[in-house]
Design a protein around this ligand. Structure first.
Ligand SMILES: Cc1ncc(COP(=O)(O)O)c(C=O)c1O
Length: 491
């Protein structure tokens, strides 16, 4: 070894934390994390980043000389991770919360520690085999036959995008792509419109179909619009139905939509990012009867399968549809081509280098078992039904959509306030509740009105949490009404 080589080795070694430092950091943070977890219910659902912490972050330099690992990590714990919404909190009912299991977290830690390169079977055969096994298991839950397959991706947006590329590839040609039209409802998640733009559709090629009184895509309107478009020379090629809309948890009429797609030779994608998990519930899986007819399904692990973020699947009825769109082995990956029909995630999706996202879900299923996960999903459905029961007994509350899957929406509607005042009232109720830190209750809009929305999927949410949240919301409502000297009836 030359003197120069020796220096280089020393410099690299100096920059690497010692074994002891790494163990110390891990012990300390695991301890803190578990303590926090045990005390979650007593903690606020969110810690807003005030001006002082924002200034502190703005003033943080990126140092030219490294600092001790322990110092840098403790600063991250206090200045970064401590802020924002705690999506694992049992009273966080906003968006679709992320009540990730500690087992998923551990699986995530393991997978990133080993930095598994899960693009190709040849490089990571065991991790890729596990992914294939899980994908098959979830395809069975959908009701797909032997030709089905899929891959893990980062989230619902990417899962749908992965499927839509396949749909476009199968049905349209580069020459007629400008005529292709896709159909969604006005309750479809915004990510789907982004995905449609990414595959090259302009707004003029996207039809937003109205919904019925239950927020389900109106099939008559769908059929009529498709026929009109065909008559005008367009090529209807894709319907995106939702199994569990973000606003209300509604499920589009899958069987009727399938019949339309078959009739017009169109691809049916089901966005099950949130709702597909109901397929693991013995008690409620029937609500998705008909889903097996879809050409593709997106299904998030990081929503109702209790995974840490970056966990989603795209499943297709026919593996060939993904391969036809994504198989592209260049000269520098020829060594990885297998003579056997191995499952290569990179041949079926957008990403090449990718983490082994399936392993944390694998670990979760191994440790908790699928029955427990199914029962936990049932718990969410039943807690939401309970919330509806409690809300129905609050005089000024109007249920704007009943408990569906794990979502319910409602609004405080004192009769002597105008609709605009009621909108303002509900917006303020949400803001005041968030400011207390007691519960994460956000708003959405339905039929042009501001409503409050609860998504209840956390296994640790109990009836007492729901009751206390509704009591506090009602109290906030009364205070607001009184402050504004607006007389309302007894609550
Ligand atoms: C129905 C539905 N589809 C798609 C998405 C987007 O998923 P992701 O945020 O994982 O990309 C969401 C997110 O909440 C959703 O609720």
């Amino acid at each position: 070894m030359t003197v120069k080589d020796k220096n280089i080795t020393e410099v690299i070694k100096l920059a690497t934390p010692t074994r002891e430092e790494i163990k110390q950091v891990l012990n300390q943070f695991v301890d803190e994390m578990l303590t926090q977890d045990e005390q979650l219910k007593a903690a606020p659902v969110r810690k807003p980043a005030d001006a002082s912490i924002r200034q502190k972050i703005a003033a943080k330099p990126i140092p030219r000389e490294g600092r001790p690992l322990t110092t840098a990590v403790s600063e991250m714990l206090t200045d970064i991770y401590a802020y924002g919404d705690n999506m694992r909190h049992p009273r966080h009912f906003g968006f679709v919360p992320g009540p990730s299991s500690l087992v998923s977290w551990l699986g995530d830690v393991l997978s990133s520690a080993y930095n598994v390169h899960a693009a190709e079977w040849t490089v990571s055969p065991t991790a890729v085999e596990i992914e294939q096994k899980l994908v098959r298991w979830f395809c069975d839950k959908v009701g797909y036959g032997p030709k089905a397959s899929g891959v893990f991706v980062s989230g619902g947006s990417m899962a749908t995008l992965t499927a839509l590329v396949a749909a476009r590839h199968k049905i349209l040609t580069p020459e007629n792509q400008h005529l292709g039209t896709a159909y969604i409802s006005n309750q479809t998640h915004s990510s789907v419109i982004k995905d449609l733009h990414v595959i090259g559709l302009s707004d003029r090629q996207i039809r937003k179909i109205p919904v019925d009184a239950d927020f389900r895509l109106d099939v008559n309107a769908l059929k009529k619009t498709i026929m009109q478009d065909k008559a005008n020379g367009a090529i209807p090629f894709l319907v995106i139905a939702t199994a569990g809309t973000t606003n209300t948890g509604s499920i589009d009429p899958l069987k009727d939509i399938t019949a339309i797609c078959r009739n017009f030779n169109m691809w049916l994608h089901v966005d099950g990012a949130f709702g597909a998990s109901i397929l693991l519930s013995q008690r409620y899986r029937h609500v998705l009867d008909g889903i097996a007819a879809a050409d593709s399904v997106s299904w998030d692990g990081h929503k109702w399968l209790f995974q840490t973020y970056s966990s989603s699947m795209v499943l297709v009825k026919d593996k060939a549809d993904l391969l036809n769109s994504y198989y592209a082995h260049p000269e520098y990956l020829k060594d990885l081509e297998s003579k056997h029909a191995h499952f290569n995630p990179a041949d079926m999706s957008i990403e090449l280098t990718r983490p082994a996202r399936a392993l944390k879900l694998w670990l979760t299923l191994q440790v908790l078992g699928s029955d427990k996960i199914g029962a936990t999903i049932d718990h969410g459905v039943e807690m939401t039904q309970y919330a509806e029961k409690v809300l129905r007994n609050v005089p000024q509350v109007e249920i704007t959509s009943p408990a569906q899957l794990a979502m319910i929406t409602f609004r405080y509607a004192p009769q002597n306030l105008s609709e605009a005042q009621q909108d303002e009232l509900n917006q303020q109720i949400s803001q005041k509740m968030l400011a207390t830190g007691f519960a994460g209750v956000y708003t959405t809009e339905l039929n042009g009105h501001k409503v409050l929305r609860l998504c209840i999927i956390n296994p640790n949410t109990a009836e007492t949490d729901i009751k206390a949240t509704i009591q506090k919301l009602t109290q906030i409502c009364q205070n607001l009404v009184q402050q504004h000297r607006i007389a309302v009836g007894q609550n």
